[in-house]
Design a protein around this ligand. Structure first.
Ligand SMILES: Nc1ccn([C@@H]2O[C@H](COP(=O)(O)O)[C@@H](O)[C@H]2O)c(=O)n1
Ligand SMILES: O=P(O)(O)OC[C@H](O)CO
Length: 316
């Protein structure tokens, strides 16, 4: 493969992407809504992703958009399953940046998980940023910052999430959206929110990126725009996060997972939102992974098989 793309320009940097591997050593199954899930095959999708990324030779890094192991993984196998999938990522010839999803947290505590995935952390939070080239910054958000999953039951963040869900979702099963309308259907236990401290951190990062004339790519397991997902998969406080993002002009693209069928939108402020198709839902021998070519004025997702290619053009 050449370094020059169809547009005739060399990307500033390319990086690999994959989401929702949700591996478990269990027979194939289905989601609550009946969509087939291939728990053992998904790790083969990851293996083929890593082979492809390595064969390209020019990728700067790869990003895993969360949920590497499924909640149905027998709990006595969780640690080994996470280690095994993490080791598949390590076969990539470059750095891998992970983020956490709800299924990761069904399996392991933050204390165990974050070091295994080498996620930079303070107080067990999982948000961080990095700048692969002077003109760009990637921001990884922790969408389960305020969540009933992943924190000890008596942790203030867990208690805040319990109070929030009680107020927003009257169902006994807090994963059920029955009776909730439109965007309120996001108030489910398998979603979460960005807490105050993280919002303030995001504001500072975007201010700093603006000062440095950097463009920003936001990565979060949970989608941030209703146009790119069903309401059931949205971040609880997506609107508060977008209010921070819209104070600045530096954020060009938001990338995510969680909504397994994938999605794409351009919001009212011209920010692109691309949700990646899940590796878990690839029938045997099919794939869902890709790489992203980053330019000054566009970000091009080159998808494989079920992951559709998407060209995201913006003002430079
Ligand atoms: N429309 C829905 C979707 C889900 N649930 C509940 O969430 C659980 C997890 O859902 P999956 O999509 O991962 O299978 C599921 O077991 C249901 O309890 C729901 O109630 N309504
Ligand atoms: O990855 P799951 O099992 O939490 O499923 C998330 C749903 O697809 C959201 O609609």
């Amino acid at each position: 493969m050449g370094l020059i793309t169809a547009q005739g320009k060399q990307p500033l940097f390319p990086f690999g992407v994959i989401s929702d591997v949700q591996y478990a050593d269990i027979p194939d199954g289905r989601s609550f809504l009946g969509v087939p899930r291939y728990y053992r095959h998904s790790v083969l999708v990851l293996e083929r992703a890593v082979q492809k990324w390595n064969s390209l030779q020019n990728l700067s890094f790869a990003v895993n958009f969360g949920d590497i192991v499924d909640g149905f993984c027998p709990k006595d196998q969780s640690l080994n399953a996470v280690k095994m999938v993490a080791s598949k990522f390590e076969e990539f010839n470059g750095p891998v940046y992970h983020m956490i999803g709800n299924h990761c947290l069904y399996n392991l505590s933050r204390e165990t998980l974050l070091p295994l995935l080498k996620i930079p952390s303070h107080d067990c939070s999982a948000y961080y940023d990095f700048s692969p080239t002077p003109g760009y910054r990637l921001v990884v958000l922790d969408g389960y910052d305020i969540s009933v999953i992943g924190w000890p039951q008596d942790h203030p963040k867990s208690m805040e999430a319990v109070r929030f869900l009680k107020e927003k979702n009257p169902n006994l099963d807090k994963n059920s959206p029955v009776g909730l309308s439109d965007l309120e259907r996001r108030f489910l236990m398998f979603n979460g929110a960005i807490g105050r401290e993280q919002l303030e951190w995001l504001d500072q990062v975007l201010q700093n990126a603006t000062d440095l004339k950097q463009k920003v790519i936001i990565c979060c397991h949970l989608p941030l725009d209703p146009g790119a997902t069903t309401p059931e998969a949205l971040l609880w406080n997506y609107n508060e996060v977008m209010d921070v993002i819209r104070k600045y002009k530096c954020v060009k693209v938001c990338l995510g997972g969680h909504e397994h069928r994938g999605g794409y939108s351009v919001d009212s402020h011209g920010v692109h939102h691309r949700i990646f198709e899940a590796a878990l839902e690839c029938p045997p021998s099919s794939d869902a992974f890709g790489y992203v070519d980053v330019y000054d004025d566009r970000i091009s997702l080159v998808g494989t098989d079920r992951m559709k290619s998407t060209d995201m053009v913006f003002d430079s």
